[in-house]
Design a protein around this ligand. Structure first.
Ligand SMILES: [Zn+2]
Length: 267
């Protein structure tokens, strides 16, 4: 049996999982022991055609804009992160406003966060953060982030940290600003191991930490579908550049510059 047919307009889930390991069989396919990732462990999709298992094809409504269809994987990371902790009526700090961080802000807003504070080192991206729902933006290069957020939270700090940067300084600062008893969902990947004051920043705080990898299969995709169909999130401000596939060098340098939101390439 298959849920996809010839001519369907689909988005791909890039994690190809085995379906038979202990994790897959207990509803945890997103951390399958035998995961093979499209573009990492097998041929990627910077190509006109790509072969994937039918089970990895997510059928979109035909009227969905291509710009949104292509970024559902990233949006899935954002949804998975934002749904990890309870954000309802909470003060939320999002560290890192790359495309996934920006989408996380939009999702946090849509699911009822009370206040969203966003940090980054790119003024360009912070501007988009504000447009998609951040209440207060802080440039970690030029602003005193701790001071601004402590003042905004009357010295209390934030209830939830959503860490999207992987930058050690942002991770330390995020946990420093986290309330006692708070929760943190971590998606950003540090380049290397680094020193971290686990005793003071996590244990004595009684903090809860969630590691976020990929998308829950397929719960996250259904949550995404709900958010998109109800138009609870607006992704338009996040897609800032379009390139043809053979302009990939330009696309990658735009992405690396920090002066972009999501960069979309089309065959
Ligand atoms: Zn598996």
């Amino acid at each position: 049996m298959t849920t996809v047919g010839v001519g369907d307009f689909i988005s791909a889930e890039s994690h190809i999982v085995c379906g038979v390991c202990d994790l897959c069989r207990t509803g945890n396919g997103h951390i399958c022991r035998n995961t093979r990732i499209i573009g990492v462990d097998r041929d990627g999709c910077w190509a006109d055609y790509i072969a994937i298992p039918a089970t990895n094809a997510w059928v979109n409504p035909p009227e969905m804009p291509v710009d949104f269809a292509v970024l559902q994987e990233n949006l899935g990371n954002a949804v998975h992160t934002a749904f990890a902790a309870d954000l309802r009526a909470k003060k939320v700090l999002v560290t890192g406003c790359g495309p996934v961080g920006l989408m996380t802000i939009a999702v946090a807003k849509a699911i009822g966060a009370r206040s969203i504070y966003a940090t980054d080192i790119s003024a360009y991206r912070l501007n988009i953060a504000q447009r998609v729902g951040a209440d207060i933006i802080c440039n970690a290069r030029t602003d005193n982030v701790s001071e601004v957020i402590r003042e905004a939270t009357r010295g209390e700090g934030v209830d939830v940290l959503l860490e999207m940067s992987g930058a050690p300084a942002a991770i330390r600062q995020g946990f420093d600003l986290l309330k006692y008893g708070g929760s943190a969902a971590l998606l950003g990947l540090p380049n290397a191991p680094f020193e971290f004051d686990l005793a003071n920043l996590v244990i004595f705080k009684g903090a809860t930490i969630y590691g976020i990898i990929g998308r829950r299969l397929w719960e996250t995709w259904y949550q995404m579908r709900g958010l998109l169909r109800s138009q609870a999130i607006d992704l338009k401000p996040i897609v800032t550049h379009h390139y043809a596939l053979d302009e990939f060098e330009k696309a990658v340098s735009t992405m690396a510059s920090g002066e972009s939101g999501k960069v979309v390439m089309r065959p």
